[in-house]
Design a binder for this molecule. Sequence first.
Ligand SMILES: C[S@@+](CC[C@H](N)C(=O)[O-])C[C@H]1O[C@@H](n2cnc3c(N)ncnc32)[C@H](O)[C@@H]1O
Length: 209
Amino acid sequence: MRQRIHARLHAAVHHRGGDGFDRRRSESYDRLAQRTLRGLYRRVASDVARATPPRGQVLDVGTGPGRLLHEVAAKRSDLSLMGVDPSEDMIALAERLSAERGSAGRTAFRVADVAALPQADHSVDLVVSTLSMHHWPDPEAAAAELARVIRPGGRLMVYDFRFAPVDEAMSALSRHPVFAQGSPVREPVRTGWFPFAVFQLLALSASGH
Ligand SMILES: C[S@@+](CC[C@H](N)C(=O)[O-])C[C@H]1O[C@@H](n2cnc3c(N)ncnc32)[C@H](O)[C@@H]1O
């Protein structure tokens, strides 16, 4: 049963390449996510709200429709929140939803790939990502770019499916010199109505650069 639930959810959200999420697919992903992932967004938003310093900058990589940042905005009004995604249609949807929820002034969305982020060097206090890492085509390039934008002492929190092929990306992040010195946290995450832990978290701290 575990494998079946996981396989169905994974098949529904997995798609190769960021540009695979065109308008129709982005909207149907958002409908599915609203039915199945609200518990995950709530849990991650609480983690982010606890881990980010006052007036900190949060970057959500592979933000999709941006629902996670809406949850974070509701918990912490002092944070600067940016979501990036290589899919133009996902970003258009995130901006539309943000305007509908009245959080447009508090969240910003940009079209960008994890391997080419718009942030300045060492500017981000906390990088978060949910269910996106298994799409990243070049884990080494992703790790190098995340290491570039995170500030010394900053936190990286990546959530993805437990049974997705994420070991290579998790290991690229854990091995990167900026993240290798702290004590990594890698743990199963159970949320919402799922009867077992479908997700996992990799949390790393950035050393001084
Ligand atoms: C399953 S969706 C998850 C969206 C959102 N984080 C959530 O939890 O609802 C995966 C997202 O990762 C994005 N993505 C794919 N390749 C990417 C890359 N190379 N860099 C950043 N994001 C990427 C996709 O465009 C898509 O929006």
